[in-house]
Design a protein around this ligand. Structure first.
Ligand SMILES: [Zn+2]
Length: 324
């Protein structure tokens, strides 16, 4: 019988990674564990260091954009703090969903029944399907585009095809020089597992160019500790392009034959080892190039590379071989 590992044993067994570059670090959190700051004029953002949401204070109340459960009750505190400092209403009257995922919408139910929830029609369909009481489905939906005019403020919502999720939308604040696009670019950081856990990789890879086609200066990406700039989105694009180029090279240079020779009676063992070899060969030069440039490039590049590789093979048909 073995005794359970202590917390200290687990911690000492965990790998070390490259230090987080200063460029990736945003403002410090307050004692309650959040930071709220102005994006521009009456548009604000809130973070807990891992997640981000945003809100507009208007003469018709507060319009909230996403309600991540990890920020949870601190969304209310951040709104109250800003509203009382500026002598404006703290009543949340609208909540706009960026997409249906629980990690960005799971504190929706903290806001009362009188809040009007707005989202893409696919967000409504998925939330009705998932039937999670923490995330009431939006009553107000749209198809491709919708302009919101609330309390004299203009917000442009657009669905431009599936990317991270089938329902992820672009939220443009033309009068605040800002764009909110969640779970595509983590400003200063590499994407987490398999391209930020994305479902449609061609759509995920295309999204930054769509984002850059809008006019804005401030980027709200939904994750980590600071706002982004156009340079952050361009750097992410370059990182993804480098992964793509490296994958295409590895797919034609790593020979599958020895894997199938070794595991001649077990094709899954051969495929598993070959996928690992392709992924390692593809990821290595990208990890080297971006360590110290994008935080956690050494933690997560391999996972993202694997997912890009599968998309290049399966969505794009690159390297596909038809038996004669
Ligand atoms: Zn998501």
């Amino acid at each position: 019988m073995t005794s359970p590992a202590s917390g200290t044993d687990v911690a000492t067994a965990l790998p070390d990674y490259a230090p987080v570059p200063r460029s990736a670090v945003g403002p410090a959190l307050n004692d309650q564990g959040y930071y709220v700051g102005r994006v521009e004029r009456n548009l604000y953002w809130v973070t807990d260091g891992s997640y981000q949401s945003a809100f507009l204070t208007t003469k018709d109340g507060v319009v909230l954009f996403d309600a991540p459960p990890s920020i949870g009750g601190n969304i209310r505190r951040a709104v109250d703090e800003i509203a009382s400092a500026n002598g404006v209403s703290n009543k949340v009257t609208y909540l706009v969903y960026s997409h249906h995922h629980a990690d960005h919408a799971g504190a929706s139910s903290l806001f009362d029944k009188n809040v009007i929830r707005i989202g893409h029609e696919e967000t409504r369909r998925l939330l009705l399907r998932d039937n999670d009481p923490a995330r009431p489905a939006p009553e107000e939906t749209f198809g491709d585009r919708r302009t919101l005019k609330i309390g004299g403020e203009r917000i442009e919502l657009a669905w431009r095809g599936p990317n991270h999720s089938p329902d992820n939308i672009y939220i443009h604040f033309p009068d605040h020089d800002a764009l909110m696009l969640i779970d595509i670019v983590n400003s200063g950081w590499a994407p987490i597992s398999i391209c930020n856990l994305s479902e449609d990789i061609p759509g995920y890879v295309a999204a930054p160019a769509i984002a850059l086609a809008y006019s804005w200066k401030h980027f709200i990406g939904g994750h980590v500790t600071r706002l982004g700039t156009r340079d952050d989105v361009t750097l992410h694009q370059q990182y993804m392009a480098d992964i793509d180029a490296s994958v295409r090279k590895a797919l034609v240079s790593v020979d599958p034959t020895p894997f199938f020779q070794k595991y001649w009676d077990n094709p899954w063992a051969a495929v598993s080892a070959l996928f690992d070899a392709w992924t390692d060969a593809s990821a290595a030069p990208v990890i080297e190039k971006y360590t110290g440039v994008l935080a956690a490039a050494d933690v997560y590049t391999r996972s993202t590379t694997f997912w890009v590789m599968e998309s290049i093979r399966l969505d794009l048909g690159y390297g596909s071989y038809v038996h004669p």
